[in-house]
Write a protein that binds this ligand. Structure first.
Ligand code: NAD
Length: 672
């Protein structure tokens, strides 16, 4: 049997060490080990006090989420936390929890079952369960209010943000910060402890939670459930409070939101695995980078590289463009310094990694060259012809194109195997998505390198195949089309956007169109006209003709003041609306989201996206799709593919072949 827990005695102090790498997750085995060790030390006459500490880099970072997944799927039971935590709390000898790294979720609940807590200065504690749609389920909502008060406990459980050791000390979670060796300090603390101080026996005083409740996002189940559970600590005795917590936890555990959030949690790890590119595929080291084009995207990409410690040259054709680009980069860093996110020294260091230039000097040293010039095939071909002449043989040649054919770009070089798409999203220094576009000839180490680079930049890389709009933007078009039709048929832009933000989208589609530029959409429509004979919305063309390009011209689907604050504009309705049918919000959501899903099915069918989960990650990280719905394809499975197909027929649409097939077979996208 594996030993997750070891114990020993030093000068009358029993020391229990938890060893379940990498993060000491509280699996059943760990819990049993702690239980046995506490009992043994309690019965050992030589022991006066007990210290529990994590082996490796952390205390306990949480419960085992894989085990939760099994429980949700009906394949197992939850680990038995309470008997173990009660045994710790009941222990007749003082139990000191020594925290380094993180004590999160079940980790903090374990720590609170102890009688005292000491922490390393850089430790963090928290109850982040809401982030996966849950509430603390092992006593957290009952013990925490007894340590920190109801209001602070409510905040920690409802928002899920961890706090640093100093704050935990002030709040009352931690009794002492230990500078120097944690175990030595904890043992000294334990020797001085007068006796057990049981958290469950501490008093709780009521507090008004209405202010916190008002701040909660009303669409989410878990945060308000967490408040209910914390509130029970005031009204119920401890044991009954624990029972109430358990009921609320169960309800959350079997909610669609919890399943979706756990799906989202594991999704990025899933997309990092590419079936035909084994883990041991060699990667090219990326030590130096170069970016061509100092515009919106080039500047953001250069910042992302510099932020990750990679020196980057940035080239443009004209002085003005280069100066403007650098000024924007500097302004962004200054803003981060002002807001306290970066120190001036760190910002300066990052800025110092970016070298602006007009020529090609140093490009022969670059390990990757990322092109971000105008979206024109002629310009891109010209640029790649030049890159091909200067780049060293093992340099990755990447394009940030959002619509153009990567193979056509690769074809102008003498090494199409080194060419790849790295489609960043705007603003590239912030947005986490990178679509990694593999061309026909792209070699596997180049793909593996691009994925590794995304990871280095702390971004979510998703491998997609070459094809118009790749995955994300291709799916946006039918979604946007429906948003326009709905306005033509009688909805207002505000109603369309609000229905979709109520659904959970970070922004409504029409507000997004105004932000990206109506002219950008219009231009793409000219270059890639929709198939003849299909009914097309005219909203974008009409706005374009009226010079309403969106935020940049002060008017698009909305009117904007000088601070770019949107306001409804009756002029838009006069321009676009063809009828004035009262359209229910439900229809807005169904038509827009189902259009997205139906196109997603086509993208899968054509192999442009590898798996449904890849599409989900793209929409979660690049398009503001709500994590609590798991991504468009996961959401489709939640609704049921048959239901979706039936609605598509109601709308007079043809379901994608794959969607239709799965619906007939009673299957889900997850089954693929
Ligand atoms: P932009 O117009 O802001 O910047 C383009 C820059 O490239 C300009 O500074 C221009 O002077 C420079 N440039 C043009 N030709 C050049 C050449 N031959 N050599 C060097 N520099 C040259 O454009 P952008 O929005 O940053 O878009 C760049 C690319 O990124 C396009 O392919 C676009 O489709 C793609 N993209 C844009 C977005 C977005 O939201 N803006 C998102 C994803 C991808």
């Amino acid at each position: 049997m594996e030993t997750f827990v070891t114990s020993s005695v030093h000068d009358n102090v029993g020391v229990i060490v938890i060893n379940n790498p990498p993060v000491n997750a509280l699996s059943s085995g760990v819990l049993e080990g702690i239980h046995a060790a506490v009992s043994a030390l309690e019965g050992n006459a030589d022991v006066r006090a007990i210290v529990v500490i994590g082996g490796g880099r952390t205390f306990v970072a949480g419960a085992d989420i894989n085990q939760l997944v099994e429980v949700i799927a009906g394949r197992g039971a939850l680990p038995a936390f309470h008997p173990v935590f009660n045994a710790i709390e009941d222990c007749a000898k003082p139990v000191v929890m020594a925290i380094h790294g993180t004590a999160l979720g079940g980790g903090l609940e374990l720590a609170m079952a102890g009688h005292y807590r000491v922490a390393a200065p850089d430790a963090q504690v928290g109850q982040p369960e809401v982030k996966i749609g849950l509430i603390p389920g092992a006593g957290g909502t009952q013990r925490l209010p007894r340590l920190v008060g109801v209001a602070k406990a409510a905040e920690l459980c409802a928002f899920g943000e961890p706090i640093p050791a100093r704050e935990a000390l002030e709040a009352g979670i931690v009794d002492k910060i230990i500078e120097g060796d944690l175990l030595t300090g904890a043992m000294a603390f334990a020797r001085k402890a007068t006796g057990p101080r049981r958290t469950r026996d501490l008093p709780v005083t009521p507090a008004d939670l209405s202010e916190i409740r008002r701040k909660l996002r009303r669409t989410l189940i878990a945060p308000s459930a967490a408040l209910d559970a914390v509130a029970a600590a005031v009204t119920l005795p401890f044991a009954e409070g624990i029972r109430r917590e358990g009921e609320i936890f169960e309800r959350c555990l079997h909610s669609d939101q919890c399943k979706a959030l756990i799906h989202a949690f594991f999704a990025e790890r899933a997309v990092a695995k590419i079936p035909d590119i084994p883990k041991d595929t060699p990667v090219y080291p990326i030590r130096q980078a170069a970016v061509i084009g100092a515009g919106t995207m080039g500047g953001g990409i250069a910042m992302a590289l510099a932020n990750a410690g990679i020196p980057v040259r940035i080239k443009d054709t004209e002085h003005v463009a280069l100066d403007r680009g650098l000024a924007t980069i500097r302004k962004n860093y200054e803003r981060s310094v002002k807001s306290g996110r970066l120190t001036a020294a760190v910002a300066e260091e990052r800025m110092g990694r970016i070298s602006p230039q007009l020529g090609w000097e140093g490009f022969d040293q670059a390990d990757i060259i990322i092109e971000a010039v105008f979206e024109s095939m002629a310009v891109k071909k010209q640029v790649f012809t030049e890159i091909d002449k200067v780049a060293k043989r093992d340099c990755l040649l990447a394009s940030n194109t959002s619509t153009l054919d990567i193979d056509a770009i690769a074809a102008v070089t003498s090494r199409p195997q080194m060419v790849i798409g790295t489609h960043f999203f705007s603003p590239a220094n912030v947005m986490r998505l990178v679509e990694v576009v593999r061309g026909k000839a792209t070699e596997k180490p180049v793909i593996a390198t691009a994925m590794a680079l995304a990871k280095t930049l702390k971004k979510a890389g998703v491998v997609v195949r070459n094809g118009f709009g790749f995955v994300g933007n291709r799916m946006v078009f039918p979604y946007m089309e429906q948003a326009q039709f709905l306005v033509e048929e009688g909805a207002t832009p505000e109603q369309v956007d609000r229905a979709l933000t109520d659904f959970g989208m970070a922004m409504g589609p029409l507000a997004v169109a105004d932000l990206s530029g109506i002219d950008v959409f219009w231009r793409i429509l000219q270059e890639f006209p929709p198939p003849a004979g299909t009914r097309q919305p005219e909203a974008v063309s009409k706005l374009y003709a009226a010079g309403r390009y969106g935020q940049k011209t002060g008017a698009g689907f909305y009117r904007y003041d000088e601070n770019r604050k949107p306001a409804p504009d009756p002029e838009v309705l006069r321009l676009i609306q063809k009828s004035n049918r009262a359209i229910p919000d439900e229809e807005i959501v169904e038509r827009c989201i189902y259009a997205l899903i139906n196109e997603g099915a086509k993208v899968l069918e054509e192999g442009i996206a590898l798996r449904a989960v890849d599409i989900d990650v793209i929409y979660l990280t690049g398009y503001g799709f709500p994590a609590y719905r798991g991504g468009p394809m996961f959401y489709a499975d939640t609704v049921g593919l048959k239901t979706i197909c039936d609605r598509l027929s109601d709308f007079g649409w043809k379901p994608a072949t794959l969607l239709d097939k799965l619906a007939r077979e009673g299957k889900a996208f997850a089954s693929l």
